[in-house]
Structure formats: C-alpha cells, structure tokens
Design a protein around this ligand. Structure first.
Ligand code: ATP
Length: 194
C-alpha cells in the first residue's frame, strides 16, 4: 500500500520548497493548493460557484480569485460554502492521482490547510515544516510583494504551529535549507525502513 505523507506548515514556512526537494528525489508530490486553483477552471465547479456567488464572480470565463478572496475573507458562511465545493473536489482529484501513483511506496500531499480541512485524516504520517515567525513574514513579503499586515491576517486564519506540531509525526525546521534537506533525508530513511 502506498503511504500518504501529509506535508504542511504555516504560510512562508517553506512547505512548497520542501515539497520540491521531495520531488527532486523522485517522490511523487501532490500540491493541493495548486490543484484547487486549477479546479476553478472546471465547468462543473464554476457552475456550483455561480450558484453561491452569482454570475459576476466569472470574469472572462474564469472565476475571479480576487473577488472570491475578498468575499470569503469577510464572510465565514461564504467561506464554508466555498470549502464545501472545493474540498470534496480536491479529495476526489487526489484519489484519482493516487491511483495513478499506486506503485510508489510513498507519496507526498502538500497542503497549507491539511489540518483545517480535515484531510490529515487520510494521511499515514504527517510532517510539519516550521520556521521563526519573523522569518516567515519576511519571506512572504519578499515573495508576494505584500505587506506585513496582509501576512499577519493570513496567519490569523490558520492554525498555530503548536497545534500542528501536536498532531504531527515529524517536524522539519526550515530556518536553513541545507539543514532542512538533511532532515528530509533522515525522515525518508525512517519512512522507508520503519
Ligand atoms: P505558502 O503557505 O504561502 O504557500 P510555503 O510554506 O509553501 O508558503 P514557500 O513558498 O516554500 O513557503 O517559501 C516561501 C518563500 O521563502 C519562498 O520565496 C522560498 O523561496 C523562500 N524560502 C523557503 N525556504 C527557505 C529557506 N530555508 N531559506 C530561505 N528562503 C526560503
């Protein structure tokens, strides 16, 4: 049986960077946030989104992610309605992807909201990536050309590190990338020779 390894961490901790390292070691990686974004182009999903958010959410045949974000940011009910459309669709998409990778001993599922969405329950082991808060904020400001307030707002909507750590099997300290890669190598040894 393929082991599903959940990979999560707060914004700017370096989940995607660590996921890319797993990929470079020929381990299949599923990036849930990317797939969720792609699903917004699926006509069936678009129809469901129109029912909740109205026709104006579509601009040039695409769901306006900016409009969507600004609505759900201020309206928890709309956020739940959006999640109720997206989460089951990503789950189904992941199951299909998993079938295509069933000959691999392990696969990585990277998701920012692995715990918040409940999808951690489908994982055999969970890895949380951590880095100091100030470092994470600086990284995201540099990457997204955004403000500290924006990053803090996004952090406020996610679980705290302590909660993630309490439910994780492995922690990767990604203050320094070369040390983080060594930690990945050690975890892989444990996962492949339990
Ligand atoms: P998000 O939750 O927003 O998707 P993330 O946890 O996936 O973020 P990354 O996108 O991997 O984080 O990393 C955030 C930024 O920090 C990127 O620009 C990345 O190149 C950089 N970064 C990641 N790890 C390190 C590191 N160890 N040292 C320096 N920069 C890093």
């Amino acid at each position: 049986m393929t082991k599903i390894i959940g990979l999560t961490g707060g914004i700017g901790s370096g989940k995607t960077t660590i996921a890319q390292y797993f990929k470079s070691l020929d381990i299949p990686v599923y990036i849930a946030d990317e797939e969720a974004k792609k699903l917004l182009d699926n006509p069936i999903i678009q129809d469901r989104i129109k029912v909740v958010f109205g026709e104006t959410i579509i601009e040039k045949d695409k769901v306006s992610r900016e409009k969507l974000a600004s609505i759900v940011f201020q309206n928890p009910q709309k956020l739940s309605a959006l999640n109720a459309i997206i989460h089951p669709a990503v789950k189904e998409h992941f199951q299909n992807w998993l079938t295509q990778h069933q000959n691999n001993p392990i696969v990585i599922k990277e998701a920012a909201i692995l715990f918040e969405s409940g999808s951690y329950q489908d994982c055999d082991k969970i890895i949380t990536v951590v880095a100091p808060l100030e470092t994470r904020i600086e990284r995201v400001i540099a990457r997204d050309k955004t403000t500290k307030d924006d990053v803090l707002n996004r952090i406020k909507n996610q679980w705290a590190d302590e909660m993630r750590i309490a439910k994780s099997d492995f922690i990767i300290d990604n203050n320094d990338l070369s040390s983080a890669k060594l930690q990945v190598d050690k975890i892989l040894k444990k996962l492949t020779n339990p």
